[in-house]
Write a protein that binds this ligand. Sequence first.
Ligand code: SF4
Ligand code: SF4
Length: 80
Amino acid sequence: MGRKIIRNSERCAGCSLCVLACSAANFGVFSLGKSYVFLERDDRTQKFVLTVSEECTLCGECVRACNYGAVEYGDENPAR
Ligand code: SF4
Ligand code: SF4
């Protein structure tokens, strides 16, 4: 069974640490624009929306960086 990064946007505080952690781990820079996880704010709901790129290497740095439990490892097909 594969693993993937699960996003719990409801818990996200918008601190961007996950974005920077991914950027540092995968690109060697601290950049909000150079990362496999992206953060946007929904203008209507005012909630943060996380997107994980298909190029995500599952390194787990975003999971370790988040203090809010908003990104975690999960099973690709939890129903199986
Ligand atoms: S698990 Fe994926 S999204 Fe998270 S830091 Fe690693 S490459 Fe980036
Ligand atoms: S997922 Fe966690 S680390 Fe990333 S912006 Fe939201 S609260 Fe911060």
